[in-house]
Design a protein around this ligand. Structure first.
Ligand SMILES: NC(=O)c1ccc[n+]([C@@H]2O[C@H](COP(=O)([O-])OP(=O)(O)OC[C@H]3O[C@@H](n4cnc5c(N)ncnc54)[C@H](OP(=O)(O)O)[C@@H]3O)[C@@H](O)[C@H]2O)c1
Length: 260
């Protein structure tokens, strides 16, 4: 069995790689930072008797995506994990950065799902894990485009779960905040929300996937919040989110004044 993990140089992707190697999967690990991938591959090889291949790629580039699927056509488990967020006021965020985010969070995930789903048909135990977020369940001012990109991932994956029934297992993983490089990259100076241990997230996610779940939200508190939000108007949720993200953002400090 061979797994391809995107965004494997840190956070969830790195932990997915270790955990899947522990389960006996051969790996293709993908990200931009090659030195990190090489180090991870070397360490995994030392610990587990699996084959690890490193593929350096910027997945926002179509040519890299194309090359990836050409080089590795035989994949049993695809973990579409690479992604990033940008916290700030929509009007202030640079267009090119946000387009890159859309290219990674939506287009790359869509492309790899499309290509590998075709090769997985007819395989035993083939599957896809698409990493969404609890941000997918409601609009989040201050995290607007990121939340919308994850709403795409959730909706796309849930519908595919229906379409693929019996042929390919597919699950949307929807973590809440976790201790990875994510919030620092997103431009959050100090995260006030409680962050989960990413190792717990990954272990629980693989367990849920093996059980055949279509959507998995790690952590009781996250599940509770997503459940409760069904009964609360989006306006209330957005007011809370706006306060949180505007205050947390390094980019939008001016908004704190405007909000009062
Ligand atoms: N941590 C959280 O609180 C949280 C919560 C909900 C959902 N998520 C989601 O979880 C996923 C993983 O994030 P994380 O928390 O593990 O964050 P992370 O530690 O920042 O990891 C992000 C990974 O994505 C890779 N990546 C970024 N841009 C890329 C590009 N253009 N091409 C290829 N790879 C790229 C990074 O590698 P390189 O920089 O080396 O390319 C890195 O390996 C993301 O989809 C994120 O939206 C995170």
């Amino acid at each position: 069995m061979k797994a391809l993990v995107t965004g494997a140089s840190s956070g969830f992707g790195k932990l997915f790689s270790y955990e899947l190697a522990r389960k006996g999967y051969d790996l293709v690990i993908v990200a931009r930072r090659k030195e990190r991938l090489d180090k991870i591959a070397k360490d995994i090889l030392k610990q587990y008797k699996v084959n690890v291949e490193v593929f350096q790629a910027d997945l926002t580039e179509h040519a890299s995506l194309q090359k990836l699927v050409e080089n590795y056509s035989d994949i049993d488990l695809l973990v579409n994990n690479a992604g990033f967020g940008i916290v700030g006021k929509f009007i202030d965020i640079e267009l090119e950065r946000e387009l890159k985010m859309i290219d990674l969070n939506i287009k790359a995930l869509y492309f790899l799902t499309k290509k590998y789903a075709k090769t997985m048909l007819g395989k035993k135990n083939a599957g896809i894990i698409n990493v969404a977020s609890t941000a997918a369940f409601q609009p989040l001012p201050g995290f607007t485009t990121y939340a919308a990109s994850k709403a795409f991932v959730l909706s796309f994956t849930e519908a595919l779960n229906y379409e693929f029934k019996g042929a390919i297992r597919i699950m949307a993983l929807c973590p809440g905040p976790a201790k990875t490089e994510f919030f620092n990259q997103a431009g959050v100076s100090k995260m006030k929300l409680k962050e989960m241990d990413p190792e717990k997230v990954v272990k629980a996610a693989l367990h849920a996937f093996e059980k055949g779940r279509k959507i998995y939200i790690p952590g009781m508190a996250n599940r509770f919040i997503v459940f409760i939000q069904r009964f609360v108007s989006n306006t209330v949720v957005m007011k809370f989110a706006a306060k949180l993200f505007y205050n947390e953002s390094k980019h939008s400090l001016n908004l704190q004044k405007e909000e009062r």
